[in-house]
Design a protein around this ligand. Structure first.
Ligand code: UGA
Length: 435
């Protein structure tokens, strides 16, 4: 099948590459010429395990090409994916300007019957708007608009795409439905979960999934706070709770607050959709508020530990990205933590296996970056663990203690066992481990 993908961000690049890998002829389009040049040279703008190899293989086979010329890509395509950004607007709603601009550009270039797919996370009603936008520039065009939200996670994007729990296709058109089923057939063989529905339900499903996952995390973060008060261990509670098959064990880890390009933005956009429709989606407001507070928790713990004064103290930070296996720092809890420490007069040395480049754009030379985790704790009054990269899980504790000025660890990811850490001679504070 001939496929065009507009936007080479996370979703567009992974989706385009995976469609090419299943034998389709895919053209990825972006207005950013430098990015397209880099992609043509095989340079991938994001860190995502396995993606570089997959791009290289499919580009070499001639199934995956990159261009800035949208009309060329669209006029020959049977399916066109819109995968451009939907940033958060000033009022929390999703800003659709890039999606609608892409729709107009597509409209001007459509050839014979084409399925136009909303892949970006877009508010309910967007499929309709995209349709109107295309019709405004091409009143006689032969096309259908489909909502096909993406559920991949950064760091596991390729596996998620190739082996999805489900594929959601929102359309009223049988012709579009058949084409989409054919395109996704290689990926839906395992689960056979291709769910057809109307576009509005598909659009809402995406937000509902992210909101539910975010709610689980905020729930666990509040539960963790209660565990600390009553002398319970949230990790036991997590296991006891998640073992109920109705609840399940995923996404029950408390932490320093969820980040990333999706959860914070999407819960605000969903809240805003509810408000526009005269509803106060109270729960979502709380999920967001709890999360914002949670992002201050590690800092609050440190302030308490040091009797309110962090001035002149030096801290190590392990992990800058919002989660492991990515260099993405959007809404990462490391940002408010480090800004807070600097604001209180402390100095910071940080180590992240892949996010130094991203972090330097945020912090410049206001913090130090070290090549190893050990470098970050040299002479430190305390260590913060913000991202649970595997390489932080089994450090040489004696070396750590020897390097630090004081053996104090604030662990935002509950990586270690509190009792064993005390035996090893550390002052150790996790999240929700009150025993
Ligand atoms: C999330 C969803 O998981 C994907 O299904 C969705 O497609 C994507 O958003 C999107 O809308 O594009 P992602 O943002 O890549 O994916 O990352 P997650 O793995 O969901 O993690 C989000 C945040 O939650 C991270 O900061 C993570 O540390 C935190 N988290 C996750 C917890 O604090 N506790 C948990 O138990 C799980």
């Amino acid at each position: 099948m001939r496929v065009a993908v507009i936007g080479t961000g996370y979703v567009g690049l992974v989706a385009g590459t995976c469609f090419a890998d299943s034998g389709n002829d895919v053209v990825c389009v972006d207005i950013d010429g430098a990015k397209i040049d880099a992609l043509r040279r095989g340079e991938i703008p994001i860190y995502e395990p396995g993606l570089e190899e997959l791009v290289e293989r499919n580009a070499a086979a001639g199934r995956l090409t990159f261009t800035t010329r949208l009309p060329d890509a669209v006029s020959r395509a049977e399916v066109v994916f819109i995968a451009v950004g939907t940033p958060q607007g000033d009022d929390g709603s999703a800003d659709l300007q890039y999606v609608l601009a892409a729709a107009r550009a597509i409209g001007r270039s459509l050839g014979s019957y084409t399925v136009v797919v909303d892949k970006s996370t877009v508010p309910v009603g967007t499929a309709k708007k995209v349709r109107e936008e295309i019709l405004s520039v091409a009143p006689n065009a032969d096309f259908d608009v489909v909502s096909n939200p993406e559920f991949m996670k950064e760091g596991a994007a390729i596996d998620d795409f190739l082996s999805p729990d489900r594929v959601v296709i929102g359309t009223e058109s049988q012709r579009a439905r058949d084409l989409m089923a054919e395109l996704y057939a290689p990926f839906t063989r395992r689960s056979n979960r291709i769910l057809f529905m109307d576009p509005q339900s598909a659009e809402l499903t995406k937000y509902a999934a992210n909101a539910m996952l975010a709610a689980r995390i905020s729930f666990m973060n509040e539960m963790a706070a209660l565990c600390e008060k009553v002398g319970a261990d949230v990790d036991h509670v997590r296991l006891g709770l998640g073992s109920d098959s109705r609840i399940g064990l995923s996404f029950l880890f408390p932490g320093p607050g969820f980040g990333g390009s999706c959860f914070p933005k999407d819960i605000r956009a969903l809240y805003s959709t509810a408000r526009e429709n005269g509803l106060d989606f109270n729960l979502l407001g709380s999920v967001d508020r709890v999360n914002e507070q949670q992002k201050q928790l590690l800092l609050r713990k440190a302030i308490r530990h040091f009797g309110g004064n962090l001035s002149g103290k030096h801290f190590g930070v392990w992990g800058l990205a919002f989660k492991p296996k990515t260099d993405d720092m959007r809404e990462s809890p490391s940002i408010p933590l480090i800004e807070g420490l600097l604001g209180k007069g402390a100095t910071v040395a940080a180590h992240d296996p892949v996010a130094h480049g991203t972090a330097k754009r945020i912090f410049g030379d206001r913090i130090g970056f070290t090549d190893t985790p050990y470098g970050a704790v040299e002479g430190a009054d305390g260590l913060f663990i913000v991202t649970e990269w595997n390489e932080f899980r089994r450090p040489d504790f004696d070396r750590l203690k020897g390097l630090m000025k004081a053996p104090v660890i604030f662990d935002g990811r509950n990586v270690f066992d509190p009792a064993r850490m005390r035996d090893r001679g550390f002052v150790y504070e996790g999240i929700g481990r009150g025993v």
